[in-house]
Design a protein around this ligand. Structure first.
Ligand SMILES: [Zn+2]
Length: 302
């Protein structure tokens, strides 16, 4: 693994008609792999989904969130990732054990793992209702699917490239992503130029593996089209779950339900879907959970 820390950037041209977002997410995806013990194909699907959410997070303001769900009929059973404007991402796949034979091109078969289905994107912009859009999956490879979503739901023609490279020992060697968008009012000749560049652009995994920064990835995609970085943020896997939130969920179950679980299982174990962290509670925790109090000053680790 390289020395580069994960981060994303958002760049725009001076006239605002071309926007580019790029991220290196190698450490974040490796962190996700270890938390969820994903097999290689599942790692790639999870990493691409996390990176997609991270890239969409580049257009958010503080307090806003984005959720990306890839729901297909393949063995993966679905992937879900969330991000915010600060580069904090979290997510999971339903079946982390999924590993399929490589494609004829020698790639991890993310499309096969995902199957046919729908891509959902939910933007919570702090309004009364979140904005939700969805598109049928094009290939289940997630990058193409996100591009279809951006064109269909946002009417913004977009190049999307997402990639995760997994080593034979299953660690994440490189992960990242790139989105280039021609905004309304953009010049058609610029669009043609960017499309021509996209056809010869190295893959994201090859760029990240060779140590290219997000700035250099944007440069590779835009060529002679000059842009400036307007936002930059570190990317890291971070879950917002706390023991207090878990106790709140348990309290809503009710005392009888909790007593039943204790009787059957000896304790109550709650596993956070997003980060895999396990929270356990004993019989004598129940009164304080029901009463909504925190016992013995426990604090949740971040
Ligand atoms: Zn969590």
């Amino acid at each position: 693994m390289g020395a580069m820390q994960d981060y994303w950037i958002r760049s725009v041209t001076e006239d605002g008609t071309v926007r580019a977002m790029a991220a290196v997410t190698t450490r974040t995806v490796e962190q996700a792999r270890r938390r969820h013990a994903t097999a290689p194909t599942a790692t790639a699907a999870l990493g691409r989904t996390l990176t997609a959410a991270g890239l969409l997070g580049t257009i958010l303001k503080l307090g806003q969130t984005v959720m990306v769900r890839v729901l297909g009929d393949g063995p993966l059973g679905g992937a879900l990732a969330m991000s915010d404007a600060t580069g904090a991402v979290r997510g999971y796949v339903v079946n982390p054990d999924v590993h399929l034979p490589l494609t004829p091109m020698g790639k991890l078969d993310v499309g096969g793992a995902v199957g046919r289905g729908t891509l959902h994107v939910t933007l919570d912009l702090g309004m009364r209702y979140p904005y939700h859009g969805s598109v049928p999956l094009v290939s289940g490879e997630i990058g193409e699917d996100l591009a279809a979503y951006l064109v269909t739901s946002h009417q913004i023609p977009s190049l999307v490239a997402l990639g995760v490279l997994v080593s034979p020992d299953e660690r994440v060697l490189a992960a990242g992503g790139l989105i280039v968008q021609v905004m309304p009012g953009g010049d058609e000749s610029v669009t043609d130029y960017l499309e021509a560049r996209a056809r010869v652009l190295p893959t994201v995994t090859s760029m990240v593996s060779s140590g290219r920064t997000p700035e250099e990835m944007v440069q590779a995609a835009l060529g002679d089209v000059r842009s400036q970085v307007v936002e930059r943020a570190p990317v890291r896997f971070r879950c917002g779950c706390t023991v207090g939130k878990v106790r709140g969920v348990l309290a809503s179950l009710g005392e009888d339900e909790m007593d039943d679980i204790i009787r059957e299982q000896g304790q109550i174990e709650v596993r956070c879907n997003f980060c895999g962290k396990r929270y356990t509670f004993e019989d004598d925790d129940i009164p304080s959970i029901v009463g909504g109090r925190s016992t013995n000053g426990e604090r949740s680790p971040s």
